[in-house]
Design a protein around this ligand. Structure first.
Ligand code: PLP
Length: 645
């Protein structure tokens, strides 16, 4: 569709193209100005946003820029965190009521998914009425969890624990927190017993098991016999024996399993829950005081919006997830006539993904459009170019044959240039003829009766795709797109009343071929290009990458020394306005240089010495020396990203 601008374009067309209503879950929409909007649900029982006001993301961007912050910005919509926690609890409560289930639901947020202070503060503040707890997998996470946990929220301690970690957990227990030590390896148990005797504090203990049921998706290795975490059945049995010997079997109250993150298929969840329940009932038979079944994370986010069992989606709703868990537990537990366990889930991704989005501007576009070619070439034009040109004019050849031959000629042109037989001008002409031929082949294919694109034309469109240069770093802000091929919804923040007439990939600011976004979901299907609008000379073009609240913020790194982006936190008001609650400045260049042990003062000193030397040698004036030092200091204190003005 590269150059065919579609007329009669509507908001519905745009919503369908970018999947806004599918991945957006009613939290994102489009308004009559053609802007992408955010909207809070009317109530927390269901995502119904019908009558609630929508706020344009362009209005928010304007507000951010007026406050002096340049793009890129990580925007957090605080209401979305609140909404997700309430929705999780309310949906579980409904499933429990409907299923006549006698245990409670206890939600826990795994700190590793987003450790940012503001996120943890909001989760614990808003989660307090629900007793929403925290899961910590390291000493650092435990420290912050302990400081933030409120009311009767659970504190689940996962990960490998040394004596410092254990002691802190025991003191938290003594302080009155409902703290569970989840035993991941046999060695850990001995240390826990030793420390609890020493401090004379009785621990609440959980056992993490390796479930043999394997899940599909990107995190299949988290489950199955070879997963790195959890106890196998022999180790679990040994654990109960050890606890019995120490008269501590009553401390074992919780069974933990984590099947994997982003589990796309409900069938895998059903199988995993049933297996976990068998372990739970077995531990009861062994004499443990079991009360809690912790099913870990895994509740998936529908990034692609297609609601299927594919990797970036899920084939179930939140309601179906909660019902499935309640039903599966009952299937195993009820025939045994034992009390229903309290259900714990450690949903991370599904809690925080929606709240954060990366907003950035497009700095430039590289187009691969062919220029208009002459009617004929000069008679002294080298042979290879003449042949290439004849192919361009030969419209009777099949598309496949024409494309294959065009590639052969392009290669010959490049080789001839390398060996000195073609000039730069002649090579440029060869490249133009290739592009014109490729464009012509696409037009030929578009008008053909067959809609099937022959496999041999693979890569044809790619060579004509625009490159949009975005003001962000993949490695800093979207590391999972690079590391594991995670797809996120990406869409323009505005111009949704216009047909996007360009096919593009998006390149970031790093000088790295991996710093690109080149896998998209378009109309619910995988695509190597994203339709975008042509940029205008007098208007900045803004894009957003959505649902990035989980894992991205701390996994990111400072490749090419692009640092943390600014973080702006916004609360949407019921009157359709918004408040900017927090403005956290991103890293300055001095900050990121400090991370790699270049101290700002030493750098200034070094440039000062150089400038002084240049003054001494009459290379620069004293005034110029000052300008150089001012420019150096200003850059050192500035943002690591591209400044438009
Ligand atoms: N609990 C544990 C033990 C985990 O390892 C993880 C993540 O891998 C989670 C919870 C969070 O999973 P999710 O983000 O899929 O909810």
């Amino acid at each position: 569709m590269n150059q065919n601008c579609i007329n009669n374009w509507s908001l519905d067309d745009s919503a369908e193209l970018y999947g806004v209503h599918n991945w957006g879950m009613g939290l994102f929409g489009l308004d009559e100005r053609g802007d992408l909007t955010v909207q809070i649900p009317a109530n927390n029982d269901a995502i119904t946003t019908k009558d609630t006001p929508a706020v344009s993301l362009m209005e928010i961007v304007k507000g951010i820029e007026l406050r002096g912050h340049d793009m890129p910005v990580l925007l957090r919509i605080q209401n979305f965190l609140d909404t997700r926690i309430a929705l999780l609890h309310n949906t579980f409560r409904s499933a429990i009521k409907q299923g006549d289930y006698h245990g409670n639901y206890l939600g826990v947020f795994p700190v590793k998914v987003n450790q940012q202070c503001q996120v943890i503060e909001e989760i614990t503040r808003f989660g307090a009425p629900f007793n929403h707890g925290l899961e910590a997998g390291s000493k650092a996470e435990l420290l912050l969890a302990l400081a933030h946990i409120k009311n009767d929220g659970l504190l689940i301690l996962n990960g490998y624990k040394d004596s410092e970690f254990i002691d802190l957990g025991l003191w938290a227990t003594k302080l009155g927190h409902r703290c569970f030590f989840v035993i991941e390896s046999p060695a850990e148990l001995d240390l826990l017993i030793e420390r609890s005797i020493k401090l004379d504090i009785q621990p609440n203990i959980g056992a993490r098991i390796k479930v043999s049921a394997k899940v599909s998706g990107l995190w299949t290795e988290t489950s199955g016999d070879r997963s790195s975490f959890g106890l196998n059945s022999s180790q679990l049995l040994a654990m109960t024996n050890t606890l019995r010997e120490h008269q501590m079997l009553h401390c074992l109250q919780l069974l933990h399993c984590h099947l994997g993150s982003q589990i796309p298929c409900i069938e895998d969840i059903n199988t995993g829950v049933r297996e976990a329940c068998r372990y739970y009932t077995s531990l009861l038979s062994e004499g443990a005081a079991m009360q809690y079944l912790d099913l870990g994370g895994g509740l998936a986010v529908d990034y692609s919006g297609v609601c299927s069992g594919a990797e970036h989606s899920r084939n179930y709703s939140l309601k179906e997830y909660c019902q499935a868990i309640v039903d599966q537990i009952r299937t195993i537990i009820d025939p045994l006539n034992i009390p229903h366990p309290h259900i714990i889930t450690e949903s991370g991704r599904a809690t925080v993904a929606y709240a954060s989005m990366l907003l950035f501007d497009i700095l430039d576009v590289m187009k691969f459009d062919a220029v208009t070619l002459p009617q004929q070439l000069d008679s002294d034009t080298p042979n290879v170019l003449q042949q290439q040109f004849a192919l361009y004019q030969d419209k009777d050849l099949s598309v496949v044959r024409r494309y294959q031959q065009a590639q052969v000629y392009r290669e010959q042109v490049r080789q001839n240039f390398e060996s000195g037989h073609l000039t730069l001008q002649q090579r440029a002409l060869g490249e133009e003829i290739f592009l014109a031929t490729a464009q012509d082949i696409i037009a030929q294919q578009n008008t053909s009766s067959s809609h099937e694109v022959p496999a041999e034309l693979e890569g044809l469109r790619d060579c004509l795709t625009d490159i949009y240069y975005g003001n962000f770093s993949v490695f800093q802000s979207l590391p999972d797109t690079w590391a594991i091929g995670q797809r996120y919804p990406i869409a323009p923040l505005h111009r949704h009343l216009e047909a996007p007439s360009r096919d593009a990939i998006i390149s970031d600011l790093t000088c790295d071929c991996d710093g690109q976004l080149d896998q998209f979901i378009v109309k619910g299907k995988e695509s190597k290009t994203l339709p975008l609008h042509p940029i205008k000379a007098d208007e900045t073009y803004y894009l957003g990458v959505f649902l990035i609240g989980a894992y991205q913020e701390t996994l990111g790194d400072i490749h090419n020394l692009f640092g943390d982006t600014h973080v702006i936190s916004v609360r949407i008001n019921p009157d359709g306005g918004f408040d900017i609650l927090k403005e956290i400045s991103g890293d300055s260049i001095g900050d990121v240089l400090g991370y790699v042990q270049h101290q700002s003062q030493a750098l200034i000193e070094s440039i000062r010495n150089k400038a002084e030397g240049a003054v001494r040698e009459n290379v620069i004036t004293i005034q110029e020396r000052q300008k150089i030092l001012d420019s150096f200091s200003a850059t050192l204190n500035g943002y690591t990203y591209y400044k438009q003005k």
